[in-house]
Ligand binder design. Structure first.
Ligand SMILES: Nc1ncnc2c1ncn2[C@@H]1O[C@H](COP(=O)(O)OP(=O)(O)OP(=O)(O)O)[C@@H](O)[C@H]1O
Ligand SMILES: [Mg+2]
Length: 503
């Protein structure tokens, strides 16, 4: 039986200087369905959602809710229409607590105090925030400033906030990009309950496996236009990928094993109180070492310690055969290390600067002669990566703040590729990146290892870890709890070790 869609967007148009972000896009959402929005980086997914959430104004077209035309105009209005959104880029206030963020602007006030009606009932607020998060399988101190939480925890706070709004239409723009397997399970269970309650969900993700797991229908966008809408039940992965990238993608993981060279990194008995315990491993030229583990298992902390961002209490780091004290990132870079951080917004990019400037930032020395930076050589290097990684921008001088999420991530990646380190640590390198571009990033990794670079790839995307690593370390509570060769590793084995099992 065909019921009237909860939401209809008709002939939506939106342009930015130099870009047609949405060109005549029509989209509808049924009651209680999960409708996937799929498309390459820069296809227009977030822009379409921001029109619904009132963050952007549309240039043309109409929006109908329950068959009646509505004007959205601003975020408050969108909320009052029953629309909730989890933005792709986290939107929390760092110095406020998790509870304060969740209830921002609608804090429960203490009843029975006639002269002080606006005093916030903190106990009630913290209690319900705790409950909400527990419902998502997360235990954290809701009084802590969210700026101190990990990105995954922040994402869970963001999700809790959206869920608490009791929206009828819930938009999730890449909610799982920063989550690991366990949180994703909890989130999916929650999505199923919401669906059963009649909530309609628009879901965006670049993890193809997820679409088939929770989607009912999928609409594919390409370059700001709708390519088509399909029932998930009848769709196949290759078909959707073809609709998305408009070309044949021969292999999702084009792994080419490079010859194994000398040992370039050896970590021995590394300790950092409460974070890392007795970490030892080695890494050779030509090798990709995958590092898997759950949220909070210490993977990023390990990278930070090696890169000189965090102090270590004891242990040795040998680079190319020599014991080194790496007290700062500058020292690490001089020793040939590169670190692509997982937190692109606060650590990876300078948002107001251009694509060119961001790409060339860590290697300014390489582009300058006697202190004078060569713009031309910078531009050449930036242009190369823009092409290789298909970064969608209006030009090299566009400010990165205006790029789509995935294209920002590509800029961060280029930045470290340009810097020419030969021991590269990539923390979630393909987070938020579309399948076509992912394959291109893997090709680049192949080129790097073929040229003798060594790569540590921290990733929560298990198909990627399995598809691209030569060897895999699994971390659990700050320790290495398992090592597998590419041949013996399976998704199941990795998950068991990540959960703390010892065999
Ligand atoms: N505020 C803005 N100013 C200028 N251009 C913008 C702005 N927001 C988006 N764009 C451009 O609009 C296009 C669509 O971007 P959008 O963020 O909707 O892509 P997306 O499909 O969400 O991609 P991703 O998968 O990378 O998140 C891109 O070319 C982007 O650079
Ligand atoms: Mg987006």
């Amino acid at each position: 039986m065909e019921t009237e869609p909860v939401l209809q967007m008709r002939n939506i148009r939106k342009t930015f200087p130099g870009v047609i972000a949405l060109d005549d896009v029509s989209f509808d959402l049924r009651r209680g369905e999960v409708h996937i929005l799929l498309g390459e980086n820069g296809a227009g997914k977030s822009t379409l959602m921001k029109i619904l959430s009132g963050a952007y104004e549309r240039d043309g077209g109409e929006v109908l809710i329950d068959g009646r035309e509505v004007e959205i105009g601003n975020p408050r209005r969108s909320q009052s229409l029953g629309i909730g959104i989890i933005y792709q880029e986290l939107n929390l206030v760092p110095h406020l607590s998790a509870a304060e963020n969740i209830y921002l602007g609608r804090e429960p006030s203490r009843a029975g105090l006639p002269f002080l009606p606006f005093i916030v009932d903190r106990k009630a607020m913290n209690g319900s925030a705790r409950e909400l998060l527990a419902g998502l399988g997360v235990n954290l101190d809701v009084r802590r400033p969210v700026g101190e939480l990990s990105i995954a925890e922040q994402q869970m706070v963001e999700i809790a906030k959206a869920v608490s709004l009791d929206a009828r239409i819930l938009i999730m723009d890449e909610p799982t990009a920063v989550l690991t397997e366990r949180e994703i399970r909890e989130l999916f269970a929650r999505i199923r309950r919401l669906k059963a309650d009649g909530v309609s969900i628009i879901y965006i993700s670049h993890r193809m496996e997820e679409l088939f797991e929770i989607g009912d229908r999928v609409t594919v966008l390409r370059d700001g236009s709708v390519v088509g809408t399909r029932d998930i039940a009848g769709a196949t992965k290759p078909e959707l990928i073809r609709m998305m990238v408009n070309r044949e993608l021969t292999q999702q993981f084009p792994k080419v094993a490079a010859p194994r060279g000398k040992e370039v990194l050896r970590v021995e008995g590394l300790n950092r109180a409460g974070v890392l315990t007795d970490i030892s491993f080695s890494l050779c030229e030509g090798e990709i070492l995958g590092v898997a583990g759950l949220l909070g298992s210490g993977r990023t902390e390990l990278a930070r310690a090696i890169f000189g961002l965090d102090r270590i209490d004891s242990g040795g780091i040998h680079i190319k055969g020599r014991l080194q004290r790496i007290a700062s990132p500058r020292r690490a870079i001089n020793l040939g290390l590169g670190f692509l951080t997982e937190d692109r917004k606060t650590q990876g990019l300078v948002l107001p600067l251009s694509v060119r400037e961001n790409i060339c930032l860590p290697s300014v020395d390489a582009f300058s002669r006697m202190g004078v930076v060569s713009r031309r050589r910078e531009a050449e290097a930036a242009a190369k990566y823009r092409k290789d990684l298909r970064i969608k921008t209006t030009g090299l001088e566009q400010r990165v703040v205006n790029l789509s999420g995935g294209n920002q991530q590509k800029v961060v990646l280029s930045k470290w590729l340009v810097s020419r380190g030969d021991i590269l640590i990539f923390d979630e390198p393909t987070r938020g990146i579309d399948v076509g571009s992912k394959a291109e990033i893997y090709e680049l990794m192949n080129k790097l290892t073929a040229a003798g670079a060594a790569i540590i790839m921290i990733s929560s995307d298990l198909p990627e870890v399995l598809g691209m690593s030569d060897r895999i370390l699994v971390m659990h509570q700050g320790r290495i709890n398992g090592e597998f060769s590419a041949a013996e590793a399976t998704q199941e084995k990795i998950l068991h070790r990540a959960l703390g099992d010892t065999e």
